[in-house]
Ligand binder design. Structure first.
Ligand SMILES: NC(=O)c1ccc[n+]([C@@H]2O[C@H](COP(=O)([O-])OP(=O)(O)OC[C@H]3O[C@@H](n4cnc5c(N)ncnc54)[C@H](OP(=O)(O)O)[C@@H]3O)[C@@H](O)[C@H]2O)c1
Length: 307
């Protein structure tokens, strides 16, 4: 279950995300994905406290991943930031902590992802996180980490969906036994506020509808099973209880390899989140002051130190 936001959450959104996380855990989800920049770590923390207090699940049975703040640009910043994340999450450790982006997002001249990686190794040694990994690292960025560190990243979190199969980077990760978690698994099937493109497939695509019939499931389950067949862990977000239940119910069927190859044919190498798109990183940097203002205006005190 993913807890990211496309836009800054309103108070009501934050409340409903907490309830959605509780619903997801009650429906059987065990992996919850968050990040500093989503401003949902405290919400996830409240949801975990709720379900563990009620005996729905034990902490050890959950897999909690988070991502470092963009303000962490060197080794020294990592351990204090992970400790702050743990406070927001009300946890002693996370299962996975990722470098969110391979490049500077806040306009810092000191940014060095290899130094940040060394900081994550420190955090792992201190048992603040069980595993450490990357997000949005292509093979070039990954090679620098791999060539200069003894720790192989446990995970690389990448966009993967029918329109952006991301075959090359996924294959590269898997050849190194690096697990890929796939974000935005619904691709262009669902409306996207950060991207006005409209590309196939849609939910009524005849081929996907045919597959849904063949396997006696619905199209959304085909779309979420597609990464599973490719050895990718899909990270889907939903606040709709019916979708939450459907999205976890994808382990009772398998899709034949020839059908997976047909789904690959939707690949246009176009991302929903146009990370790497010329100008995007600058766009994020230019808009980062908005995040700072948002946090201060909404008095999200627990986030202020890591802005
Ligand atoms: N590492 C990174 O840089 C990065 C970047 C972007 C995202 N992420 C992570 O990945 C997560 C997922 O990305 P995302 O939110 O773009 O992806 P997504 O899960 O592909 O899309 C979420 C949208 O799909 C809808 N949806 C979910 N299940 C559905 C179903 N069964 N039928 C129809 N619609 C359904 C949801 O609406 P309802 O709420 O109505 O169900 C929501 O609007 C984020 O929340 C975040 O945690 C990571």
């Amino acid at each position: 279950m993913a807890t990211g936001y496309r836009l800054m959450p309103s108070y009501d959104d934050r409340f409903s995300m907490c309830q959605a996380t509780i619903n997801a855990i009650e429906a059987g989800y065990r992996h919850i994905d968050t990040a500093f920049i989503y401003l949902t770590e405290d919400i996830v923390g409240k949801a975990i406290a709720n379900v563990t207090r009620r005996g729905i699940v034990k902490r050890k049975d959950l897999y909690i991943s988070t991502k470092l703040p963009y303000s962490v640009v060197n080794r020294a910043g990592v351990v204090p930031a992970v400790k702050n994340a743990l406070k927001r999450l009300q946890l002693d450790y996370v299962d996975l902590c990722l470098i969110h982006q391979p490049v500077d997002m806040v306009g810092s001249k000191d940014y060095d992802n290899l130094e940040i990686w060394r900081g994550l190794e420190d955090a792992k040694r201190l048992c603040l996180t069980r595993s450490i990994g990357l997000s949005n690292f292509n093979s070039t960025f990954m090679t620098r980490i791999l060539a200069n560190s003894d720790t192989v990243p446990a995970v690389n979190q990448l966009e993967t969906n029918p329109t952006y199969a991301n075959l090359e980077t996924v294959a590269y990760c898997q050849s190194l036994n690096i697990v890929v978690t796939g974000y935005a698994p619904f691709g262009f099937l669902v409306p996207r506020t950060l991207n006005d493109l409209s590309l196939p497939p849609t939910f009524d695509d005849p081929f996907l509808v045919g597959l849904a019939r063949k396997y006696a499931v619905n199209v959304s389950q085909i779309v979420l099973r597609y990464p599973v067949e490719r050895g990718i862990i899909p990270i889907a977000k939903s606040s709709n209880i019916d979708h939450i239940k459907q999205n976890v119910d994808i382990f009772g069927f398998t899709i034949d390899p020839e059908d997976i190859l047909r789904i690959n044919q939707f690949d246009r190498n176009v991302k929903v989140y146009r990370i790497d798109y010329p100008g995007l990183f600058q766009f994020v940097r230019d808009n980062y002051p908005f995040v700072r203002r948002y946090v201060r205006r909404n008095n999200l005190r627990q986030y202020i130190d890591d802005l």
